[in-house]
Design a protein around this ligand. Sequence first.
Ligand code: HEM
Length: 433
Amino acid sequence: MAPPTDSRIGIAALKALLAERSPLGPLKVMAEQVGRFFQIPLPGFKPYVVFGPEANRKVLVSEREKLLWRNHDPVTDLLRRGVLVTDGQEHDQYRKLMEPSLHPSQLDGYTQMMLEKSGQVTAAWQDGQIVDMLVESRKIALLIIMQALFSVDVWDDMSRIWTPILKAIEYISPGSWIIWRKIPRPGYKKHLRILDEYLHEIISNRRQTGDITRHYNQFTDSQLPNPDLLQHLIDAGLDDNTIRDQMLTMLIAGHDTSTALLAWTFALLGQHPEIHKQLVADLEQDERPPLLDQVIKEALRLYPPIHIGNRMVAEDMEFEEGTVPSGSRMFYSIYLTQRDPSIWENADQFCPARFERGRKTPSFSYIPFGGGPRACIGAAFGQAEARLVLAYLLKNFAFTPLNAEKIHPHMGATLEPWPGVMMRVMRRGSGVE
Ligand code: HEM
């Protein structure tokens, strides 16, 4: 059979864009019709996209030296010298300073705090109220990340930082700047300044008070890892601006992802009432039933919050299907890898049971946290958080989905369930379920 022509692919891609209301549609068309190596044919923007276990291994491990994380884009403009957008020794230095606070051995110390933050947000819910789980998950994730890494309770500051944080996320989300890099972008400056001022206040307060990172123990018996991430950065002698860059990186990377994961999990449970029911029943019997982890893993497979990894190619890279020349922009697609029908049976279906008895797929085919030395630094933290928050919410509230069938993925800074996950909530045990 003759290979499909460019115009046929173009039409199919456009149809998919309209049908799925997301660029994920055209990406799937390209993957189906062209394969695991293609270029996005946009005017002025022709990045290479690769996916699949072999390509992922190359990008993440065996040939990662040929790639740079630092790019010329709004992410780098915003995060400046943050760990996510630096390379080489500079990156390694920051990463090393941040690892201790996120080490799996420290996670138990965060448990009580994570439950309390979930309780704080849900205390405001009224029986029968309709809530958007995309918004509520963000509140919980924000409170958790700020407490865990900087020992700051942001509850009373929510009205000050909420819009600036949403604006920062919008600033780095895909938009017209992709094609027209110098497009004027009004409406951000004031908000980004407020966020910067807030972070600088936290740094300067800490410099004045010294290490106060034990303070959370005043309220709970829990042991928090000491010192916290902020204290590690200060103790290492970094200047305020560099600390601000790491804090903003962790604040965004550490809460927008968890927000998306929690919200997608609720969206999927809303679409699959039988699994929702089973999970609630299992949680009544067991603190951490196997289904809880399976549901979270499957949500991360279908809707990986970070759906692509973004790289600058510094040295030509050879793939089975072709060469990516030095100087190109390249993405490795987590989404396409985790939906590849040649790897995953019923790839587009929500089926937590596929994770029942270990996974029988090749390595680098399930990569929601990336891989190799620059894999997600918060992977263990993010998964523990999702487990605890989800279990807390499902044990304490009954959720009735209201827009389950209308939800579709939206490419913001993360892949988000759009236009939100509307649920009617009822406190369990209130007798009106
Ligand atoms: C469900 C939650 C999360 C998901 C799905 C996720 C996903 C990812 C992925 C896929 C990468 C690698 C991207 C690439 O290869 O281009 C990454 C890197 C990163 N993540 Fe996460 N993440 C999550 C939670 C967190 C949390 C909680 C934190 C911080 C507390 C965090 C901080 C970071 C940082 C700093 C990096 C860059 C690491 C480096 O370059 O050395 N993430 N994350």
